[in-house]
Design a protein around this ligand. Structure first.
Ligand code: CS2
Length: 490
């Protein structure tokens, strides 16, 4: 039997939703129906509604993927989240969804929602690349699809297009203030989203009254989101079916840990997320830098080094001799001194707790999954650490290793010669650059440093950085990851 309102009777009582499914009116539109949203904001929002009430049901919008919309529709918008750890598993069905939509086939429904006075918050988990901005600068990149969305009369297909056209419709309807809350792993994600909307309005030639309305009625709170949520696999679905007693094709599995720090700027109100364990603050910046640099930066390091060493899973890659030591030194020697952490937080202790989470082998997180979209992830995860350390005169040796590992990874071959996929929006640009400089480590570094949308001039022009990266890349090419890590520890 399939998970659905009727099927809930089969589900163990302890796993049933905390709110009555289908009874909570919509107050939030969420863009990006991937596994992360379901295991993170949806869980917090359901708990907040269960504990404090409010019309904060979520309408989930998938920009492209039809499968998730179909699966959720067939399941009366119900799905389960299963926490996996060495200490056992727990599944809960989430009942906070008030509906689902597919933007690619029905964009008008999404614009109507954003323009509706009942919707007072739009949340986003669309991944870095969907913001269509140059990662180095945060400038909107109006490629043809974005340009058509912003200036044309056709249906909007991109995230900037959906947001801006939705806001224009909301301004016309004078439907009240609204918060746009980015939950993606971008630097200063609230400011980025604000910049995106501002630039997109300008690019599309929005009339002054609309620009004024957005200025006066729309906020862009920043946030730090955290939970490790691997892609769902057939194995996940089988585990979940055994736990729930019904099959759930929209199931997600995740680590038990979760964290959310949100800037409290919601002019139309918000769920009582603090009741669900979120931290509401004036400035999420220190939390976000902590997480991007000491969690995501380390995650990317394990992903590139591990994939090159032929390890399929993050937990396996962490077990390579010398890996933990190198990562601990990366955090202690490079990351910790690169920014001011939140009051009372030790970056080194945070980094150690992150390594414990990465060691959770039950979640089966693939190195290749974390490795994807590196061009969009490197700036906030690694390059900002390098730049900020260089500004103090330090020589960030371990951060340079991470960058070198990416440069070897994008060449497409593991240490044993096995092919590695390059899944990246800039894949073509990267391949073209590499075809010009592939003969030596120096050539590779210079060619890739030519990707100005990723590498800022201050980094590229820094001889000390270049020398470090060339040194590591040479070692990785000559000896492979395992020997390089063994020797690095000496
Ligand atoms: C990961 C993140 O895939 C990736 O790039 O680093 O998705 C990571 O698992 C989450 O940010 C953890 O909160």
């Amino acid at each position: 039997m399939r998970l659905s309102l009727g099927g809930l009777r089969q589900v163990p009582v302890a796993s049933r939703p905390r709110v009555r499914p289908g009874t909570v009116p919509a107050g939030i539109v969420h863009l990006g129906l991937g596994a992360f949203h379901r295991a993170h904001q949806a869980v917090y929002t359901e708990a907040a509604i269960a504990l404090a009430g409010g019309d904060w049901g979520i309408v989930g919008v998938a920009p492209r993927s039809l499968d998730v919309v179909r699966n959720l529709t067939e399941q009366d918008c119900l799905f389960s989240v299963t926490s996996l750890s060495g200490n056992g598993t727990h599944s809960e069905v989430v009942g906070a969804f008030a509906g689902v939509r597919h933007a690619a086939s029905d964009p008008d429904a999404v614009l109507d929602l954003i323009a509706s006075p009942t919707i007072r918050v739009v949340t986003l988990t669309v991944t870095e690349k969907a913001y269509q901005m140059d990662p180095a600068t945060g400038r909107l990149r109006p490629d043809p699809a974005v340009a058509a969305d912003l200036t044309g009369d056709g249906p909007p297909m991109t995230v900037p297009g959906l947001l801006v056209r939705g806001l224009i419709a909301r301004a016309a309807a004078d439907a009240g203030p609204i918060a746009l809350l980015s939950c993606d792993n971008l630097p200063s994600n609230g400011k980025r989203l604000h910049g995106l909307v501002t630039q997109a309005l300008e690019y599309g030639g929005a009339p002054a009254p609309v620009v004024d309305w957005v200025r006066d009625n729309v906020t862009f709170p920043g946030s730090m989101v955290d939970r490790i949520v691997p892609a769902t696999t057939p194995e996940t679905l089988a585990t979940v079916e055994a736990l729930l007693g019904v099959s759930d094709l929209a199931a997600v599995a995740a680590e038990p840990y979760r964290e959310w720090v949100i800037e409290d700027a919601f002019p139309g109100g918000r769920p009582a997320w603090e009741r669900a364990g979120a931290v509401l603050t004036d400035d999420a910046g220190p939390w976000e830098r902590l997480k991007l640099r000491s969690l995501n930066g380390v995650h990317s390091a394990i992903a590139y080094l591990g994939a090159l060493a032929g390890r399929d899973m993050i937990a396996e890659a962490l077990a390579i001799p010398g890996m933990r030591e190198a990562l601990r030194r990366f955090v202690a020697e490079d990351v910790a001194g690169s920014f001011q952490p939140p009051d009372g937080v030790s970056v080194i202790e945070y980094g150690d707790s992150v390594l414990e989470r990465f060691a959770n082998s039950a979640i089966r997180h693939r190195t290749i999954q974390v490795a994807m979209d590196g061009s969009q992830k490197l700036p906030q995860r690694v390059l900002h650490t390098l730049i900020d350390r260089r500004a103090t005169g330090a020589v960030p040796r371990w951060g340079a290793l991470v960058l070198a590992a990416w440069m070897r990874f994008v060449q497409g071959q593991a240490d044993d010669g096995a092919p590695l996929p390059l899944d990246d929006p800039l894949a073509e640009r990267i391949r073209t650059a590499l075809s010009e400089g592939k003969d030596s480590p120096e050539g590779v570094v210079d060619a890739l440093f030519g990707l100005t949308e990723v590498f800022p001039a201050e980094l590229v022009g820094d001889d000390a950085i270049r020398e470090l990266v060339v040194g590591w890349l040479t070692a990785l090419e000559q000896h492979g990851v395992e020997q390089t890590l063994r020797e690095a520890a000496l």
